[in-house]
Ligand binder design. Structure first.
Ligand SMILES: Cc1cc2nc3c(=O)[nH]c(=O)nc-3n(C[C@H](O)[C@H](O)[C@H](O)COP(=O)(O)OP(=O)(O)OC[C@H]3O[C@@H](n4cnc5c(N)ncnc54)[C@H](O)[C@@H]3O)c2cc1C
Length: 354
């Protein structure tokens, strides 16, 4: 095992996925970026996000397929949404993350982080110290939740499992079918050469493999590799002491739609901008922490709205859900809510490195 002394850094970022890379690409100086995996090695997500996100971040070459249509199926009913005002895409996780890493000046170290102790980030390769520490370690929040970690109980975490399949299709599909998944939803996300087909349990039920296999078998679809994990559906703490917390570690994944990539990139970019100002002496750490907390607080209402939609998906009769999904696809509602939802995070994500 490599043993390292304890060098000083300006910033330590824990986690080098969406949130961590979005923070790190805004920083210059002595930045240490830590992850237990190589960057882009371990995909947990279907990697669907608005196309403008990949374009604004300069990683368009990672895009696998562009989607201008979303179908929502409630039982036997299907409603089609026109996404052309803000098209979505599915992208290659490794290419997306490697593209962001290439924009970072940080020093990357592959190592497992265990805790924050006496102000030092403890890893399997020694411990490191910096005045600013950012926890971007995903739903477990290795620093923010301490060595004890979190228990994904009580409905605050959704569990998602998906399989690579050879299904080729146009557009994205979500389906709500309580016989397939009683307290959640399913999705089909085409990724060029095939589709990722998955189930998500809002109740956090992690044993989804039998239900997913049954669904694929019924549709005569041959599954390839599976991946999945938990992701939060409720906001958590954005700062703890002098720690910034970003992405799933801060519960920033959107409820209902389970979109966690865009919030991780957005809040990560904003947090990185603030940290950059702290390092350069333009702002105190305390002011930076307060500004970041205030920014996250501004979105409380939006999260609450989406959480209400998630609650309805769980509890409303199917006939209501069908009526609601139809209403949301029609004028004048659809041209109002879709661009607003699809543009969330736009200005800030375009911010260039440094
Ligand atoms: C099946 C599934 C499908 C999904 N599909 C979509 C989708 O299509 N679109 C979308 O927007 N969202 C989707 N999500 C949600 C999305 O994946 C997450 O919200 C998003 O990945 C959060 O980004 P993050 O950077 O905060 O955390 P993560 O992507 O989880 O990254 C955390 C990083 O921290 C590292 N890490 C963790 N612990 C340690 C440790 N102890 N030491 C060192 N490193 C550590 C990990 O290796 C990882 O690289 C999906 C989730 C699942 C489970």
């Amino acid at each position: 095992m490599r043993k390292m002394s304890a060098p000083e850094f300006d910033v330590i970022v824990v986690g080098a996925s969406f949130a961590g890379l979005a923070v790190a690409r805004r920083l210059r100086g002595k930045v240490l970026l830590l992850d237990r995996n190589e960057v882009g090695e371990l995909q947990t997500s279907a990697c669907g996000t608005p196309l403008w996100v990949a374009q604004a971040l300069g990683v368009t070459s990672s895009v696998l397929q562009v989607h201008e249509r979303l179908t929502i199926r409630t039982g036997r009913h299907a409603v089609s949404y026109d996404l052309s005002a803000v098209p979505f895409c599915t992208f290659d996780y490794r290419a997306f993350c490697q593209g962001l890493l290439a924009q970072c000046e940080a020093r990357f170290l592959k190592t497992a982080v265990t805790e924050l102790k006496d102000g030092r980030v403890v890893t399997s390769d020694g411990s490191f110290r910096a005045p600013i520490i950012v926890d971007c370690s995903g739903w477990r929040g290795v620093l923010v939740n301490g060595a004890a970690g979190v228990r994904p109980a009580g409905g605050a975490y959704t569990f998602g499992l998906e399989a690579h399949t050879p299904v080729r299709d146009d557009g994205l599909t979500f389906f709500i079918d309580r016989e397939v998944i009683p307290r959640g939803l399913g999705w089909i996300f085409p990724v060029g050469a095939g589709s990722l087909i998955g189930l998500g349990s809002y109740a956090g039920r992690s044993k989804l493999r039998p239900a997913l296999d049954r669904y694929l078998d019924d549709q005569r679809i041959q599954p390839g590799a599976y991946h999945g994990t938990y992701f939060p559906n409720r906001p958590g703490r954005a700062t703890v002491g002098r720690l910034f917390v970003v992405g799933d570690a801060a519960g920033q994944c959107l409820p209902l739609t389970a979109e966690g990539i865009r919030p991780a990139l957005y809040f990560g970019g904003e947090c990185g901008g603030l940290v950059h100002r702290i390092i350069s002496g333009a702002m105190t750490l305390e002011a930076g922490l307060a500004r970041y907390r205030a920014l996250v607080r501004r979105y409380r209402k939006a999260y609450w709205l989406l959480w209400s939609g998630q609650w309805l998906t769980l509890h409303a009769p199917m006939a209501w859900l069908t009526a609601l999904t139809r209403l949301a696809a029609r004028r004048p509602l659809h041209p109002q809510w879709w661009p607003r939802y699809g543009q969330f995070g736009r200005v800030e994500a375009t911010a260039s490195p440094g």
